[in-house]
Design a protein around this ligand. Structure first.
Ligand code: FEO
Length: 167
C-alpha cells in the first residue's frame, strides 16, 4: 500500500511520461517537415520509449493495488527554430524529468517506502543515460554550426534503432 502523496506524484509522473512522448512526437514531425529524416527517426523512437516509461509507472500503480489517473495533456509545440533548438529543448525537458524523479525518490525515502524507492532507481539511471545522449548530440551540432555537417549528424541519428521491448 502506497501513501496518497506517493500515489499522486506517481500519477503526475505517468502524465509527464506521456507528455514527453507527445513532446517528442512534435519534434519528430518538425524534423520530418524540415528535411531531417534521421532526427525524425530519432525523436520517433524517443516518443515510443517514453510511452514504455509511462506504462512502467502505470503497471507499478496497478501492481500496488492503487488507482491510476489519466490526467490531461497540454498541447505541444510543433514548430522549432532549428535542429539545435529541438535538442536543447529536449535536454531541458529531460533535466526537469530528472528533478521530478529525484523529488519522488526524496519522498519515498522520507516515507520509508522501499518498494517505490527501488522501483524508481531504474528511472534515475535511465535519466543519466538520456541526458548524456542528448548532450552529446547538442555538442556535435554546436561543433558543425550551420554547415553541411548537420546532415552528417542527421544521417548518424538515422541509425538509431528501437530497443528490444522488455519481457
Ligand atoms: Fe522518460 Fe525521457 O523521461
Amino acid at each position: 500500500m502506497l501513501s496518497q502523496k506517493i500515489i499522486d506524484l506517481l500519477n503526475k509522473q505517468l502524465q509527464k511520461e506521456f507528455y514527453s512522448a507527445y513532446l517528442y512526437l512534435g519534434m519528430s514531425a518538425w524534423c520530418s517537415e524540415n528535411g531531417f529524416a534521421g532526427s525524425a527517426n530519432w525523436f520517433m523512437l524517443q516518443h515510443e520509449e517514453e510511452q514504455t516509461h509511462a506504462l512502467k509507472v502505470y503497471r507499478y500503480l496497478l501492481e500496488q493495488g492503487e488507482h491510476v489517473e489519466l490526467l490531461g495533456m497540454k498541447p505541444v509545440k510543433t514548430v522549432y527554430k532549428s535542429l539545435l533548438t529541438c535538442f536543447e529543448k529536449s535536454l531541458a525537458h529531460e533535466q526537469s524529468m530528472t528533478k521530478s524523479f529525484n523529488n519522488l525518490c526524496d519522498l519515498a525515502i522520507k516515507e520509508k517506502d522501499h518498494a517505490s524507492y527501488g522501483f524508481l532507481q531504474w528511472f534515475v539511471n535511465e535519466q543519466v543515460e538520456e541526458e548524456a545522449t542528448v548532450s552529446d548530440v547538442i555538442g556535435k551540432l554546436k561543433l558543425v554550426g550551420d554547415g553541411n555537417g548537420i546532415f552528417m549528424i542527421d544521417n548518424q541519428l538515422a541509425l538509431r534503432s528501437a530497443e528490444p521491448k522488455p519481457a
